[in-house]
Design a protein around this ligand. Structure first.
Ligand SMILES: Cc1ncc(COP(=O)(O)O)c(C=O)c1O
Length: 394
């Protein structure tokens, strides 16, 4: 039996029960790969153990969110302490004040609101932009993933109402001429331009500086807002990837790393842009969220972010740049920036299994997200596994 057959055979019982109670036996589409992924049992630092006892270096890190790997002692004890004091309240807690202060200082946008996922953060930013500008039209770019809400998935995707396309324009990524032309004809209708400066789905290739500058200039010129989706890229600088571009967005969406391993989302913005959420003002937007600003999430997230200061951000980016350079030198097609890498291969499923057998787990899309839990040995093992997997599949 092959390695994959073994893993699948050992998971048969769970898999058969799963398909009876969940479509295809899975809840997150992005985790599925045929015949079925193994089940995680335990994570410690950089390593995961699956239900067959196989151990892998985790380069997926829950799709980039575990910046310190698994069960980081300080994050775990911060969360456990809060759990013992009560996990959720119908009152605000001091942690949201402290966390908003931390994000305001770090990202450079003064006002923040919390929610539970990147999807929700993007929805909230779009709502803010529409409420603030009094306009409906959203411009976004093809092949950029911004979560699962109607406005940001493919307009022809099953289940998306046809009316959605009326208020959303999807333009080609980094096409300055198409963007300028659209802004010239539609600018006065545009509430916001939503951009990911290094879209993962589009291959994790940074948007050209000129194009990012053009989006800033054109949104300013037409009274529209620039939303930078930093759900994945916030880890690349203390003030995110926008900071590295020298761009100050009107709104930023964050999630993943800021939750310390718990569900989270947040929107940061200029004070006047988030003013529609102000219940003391003319408060036109009411937005709750039973678990928004959850104290357990915020305690874990605060610890995670405090332990990811400028020095650690830069060290992790350097480790990523070095890994990418070594892989490039060996002619492995790899893109990305800093601590985020993306392997390209015509058969990503086979690549995934080949790496998994070699004790390395990447994203099902070839994503590698480094964590501070990785040491030099982990990084060497990742490199060797990638080289061996490409050799096997060539
Ligand atoms: C850039 C970007 N925006 C939004 C999202 C949605 O975040 P979530 O999965 O937390 O809803 C993702 C998720 O991967 C993302 O990469």
């Amino acid at each position: 039996m092959s390695f994959v057959d073994d893993i699948v055979a050992e998971s048969t019982n769970l898999r058969e029960r799963a398909v009876k109670v969940m479509p295809g036996g899975i809840t997150r589409s992005t985790l599925f790969l045929a015949p079925h992924p193994p089940y995680a049992v335990r994570g410690e630092g950089a390593v995961i153990t699956d239900n067959t006892g196989h151990q892998v270096i985790d380069c997926n890190n829950n799709y980039t969110s575990l910046i310190h790997g698994h069960a980081h002692p300080a994050i775990t004890s911060a969360a456990v302490k809060v759990i013992s004091e009560g996990t959720a309240f119908g009152l605000p807690t001091d942690r949201e004040v402290v966390f908003a202060e931390l994000l305001a200082e770090r990202v450079g946008l003064p006002h923040w609101r919390f929610c539970n996922s990147g999807t929700e953060a993007v929805m909230m930013a779009i709502r803010a932009a529409r409420a603030y500008t009094g306009r409906d039209l959203l411009i976004r770019f093809s092949d950029s993933y911004h979560g699962t809400s109607d406005a940001v998935v493919a307009p022809d995707a099953a289940g998306v109402p046809t009316g959605t396309t009326r208020d959303v324009l999807v333009l080609p990524q980094a096409d300055s001429a198409a963007f300028k032309e659209t802004m010239a004809s539609q600018g006065s209708r545009v509430a916001a331009v939503l951009i990911d400066l290094m879209p993962n789905r589009a291959g994790l290739v940074p948007v050209p500086q000129d194009f990012a500058g053009l989006v800033r200039e054109q949104t300013d010129r037409h009274g529209a807002l620039m939303i930078v989706d930093e759900v994945i890229t916030l880890r690349l600088g203390t003030d995110g990837l926008a900071g590295r571009y020298g761009i100050r967005p009107d709104l930023v969406t964050a999630a993943k790393i800021i939750g310390g391993g718990f569900p989270v989302g947040a929107v940061g913005g200029r004070a006047e842009v988030l003013e529609p959420f102000n219940p003391l003002g003319n408060g036109s937007v009411s937005w709750g969220g039973t678990f928004s600003a959850n104290p357990v999430t915020l305690a874990a997230g605060l610890e995670a972010m405090r332990s990811f200061n400028r020095t650690q951000v830069e060290a992790l980016n350097t480790a990523g740049d070095e890994l990418r350079a070594t892989l490039h030198a060996a002619h492995i097609p790899v893109s990305g920036l800093g601590s985020l890498l993306r392997l390209r291969h015509p058969d990503l499923e086979r690549l995934w299994w080949s790496l998994y057998e070699r004790n390395v787990m990447v994203g099902t899309n070839g994503l590698i997200a480094l964590s501070t839990a990785m040491n030099d040995t982990h990084l060497d093992n990742i490199r060797e596994a990638v080289l061996a997997a490409y050799q096997e599949l060539s």
